[in-house]
Design a protein around this ligand. Sequence first.
Ligand SMILES: Nc1nc2c(ncn2[C@@H]2O[C@H](COP(=O)(O)OP(=O)(O)OP(=O)(O)O)[C@@H](O)[C@H]2O)c(=O)[nH]1
Ligand SMILES: Nc1nc2c(ncn2[C@@H]2O[C@H](COP(=O)(O)OP(=O)(O)OP(=O)(O)O)[C@@H](O)[C@H]2O)c(=O)[nH]1
Length: 441
Amino acid sequence: MGKPVVAVIGRPNVGKSTLFNVIAGDSISIVKDTPGVTRDRIYADCNWLDMNFTLIDTGGIEPESTDIILSQMRQQAQIAIDNADVIIFMTDVRQGLVDADLKVADMLRRSGKTVVLAVNKVDSIQKFGNDVYEFYNMGIGDPMPISAASRLGIGDLLDAVCSHFDKASASQDIQDDRPKIAIIGKPNVGKSSIINKLIGTSRVIVSDIAGTTRDAIDTVIVHNKKEYVFIDTAGIRRKSKIKEELERYSIIRAVTAVERADVSILVIDALEGVSEQDAKIAGIAHDRGKGVIVAVNKWDLVTKDNKTMNEHLSNLKRILSFIPYAEYIFISAVSGQRLYKLFDLIDMVVANHALRIQTGVLNEIISEAVVLQQPPSDKGKRLKIFYSTQAAVKPPTFVVFVNNKELMHFSYVRYLENKIREAFGFRGVPIRFIIRERQDK
Ligand SMILES: Nc1nc2c(ncn2[C@@H]2O[C@H](COP(=O)(O)OP(=O)(O)OP(=O)(O)O)[C@@H](O)[C@H]2O)c(=O)[nH]1
Ligand SMILES: Nc1nc2c(ncn2[C@@H]2O[C@H](COP(=O)(O)OP(=O)(O)OP(=O)(O)O)[C@@H](O)[C@H]2O)c(=O)[nH]1
């Protein structure tokens, strides 16, 4: 099951960015070599002690008038309720407790979500300690005094946050081998239409895994007597009016939904082609080692001749060149064209994601590859590959033991990857390599 998701919410200027940076440290970036993925502060992969979690920032609030702040805070809180396992509600001891905090606290209480209440800017307990008590009035538990700027109380805060993870993951421990699919993509590409069309003609059953709140927003669709779990489909249907917010929301959704999925279906609008936002979202699935299917939707709107599909395909592949393994399908949610082929693709990609290659066969393929193309050398020293083994699935991860790591070029890893793909396929899924050094024998 996926990593827990923690969301930070709170009024403007309470110190959310500061806290985010303290917790996330340098890990705010998405993988650096993924083009089109900029460093922005929407989410970060974090860890505390031996716990890994995803921290999300539900977005800034424009401090215009109190009315607007309240409605934006509600929206922020709703995003957190929909997506997070634990919410850090941040307040500011110097601004004190304000009405909007109380209203949002009510909303959180009703949602039943786990909330950790942080009171920031308590730079000195002596000076501000007493002012913290008033935050008990929010009725969402013990306020924890912190100072994000001087890094005080952060450990206790994270301990409190992580103490809630066990319960969440324990209830998810139930063995569930149904394929899990996240439908992701920027606003308006047709995500809801696809899910609605699939729901409309298939049998839908209510998720039978009790426990986590997020299961309630998954949709189980039965196709050919087999169950498929479409993750976080409620998030798809949620609409917002503000464009920036929509885009931010589609990233937050992608990060949280992809985390729990085996395969992501990246939906692209056939008429618009691939935008930077699409590439960003694709990067999220790639980053997390999930299978990727690119579904080019609204294919009914494209005027076509017999070359059109290939032209589109090569264009898309060029722009999404950092996920060369992705599978493509051209569909229409409106006419239903090829929509059922999606299930075959999902089956294939899910199987590949969990595919395990026997060590003997793997080493044969690598030895052959080494014979066909000599490994690189540097200053008279040549790379030697001793042995390889598949260490993990989901995604398939190969450990390659070599004499000297420095000699293993990126391009040679790519070459080995291609050879492995030629032999075993792995269509639709990323492959990872871990290069290890071992003394020559
Ligand atoms: N004294 C004090 N100031 C702090 C602390 N944490 C943050 N600040 C200051 O509070 C101000 C707001 O901090 P940000 O982290 O930008 O707050 P934010 O909640 O992200 O604000 P928005 O982006 O407007 O939502 C900055 O000037 C910070 O330096 C703290 O622990 N103590
Ligand atoms: N012609 C055509 N229109 C489509 C197709 N799929 C979706 N649309 C239309 O595109 C618009 C957006 O579709 P939605 O399903 O709401 O898109 P979405 O990706 O869920 O949008 P957000 O909820 O904003 O993220 C709607 O007007 C749909 O009717 C398609 O295959 N063909």
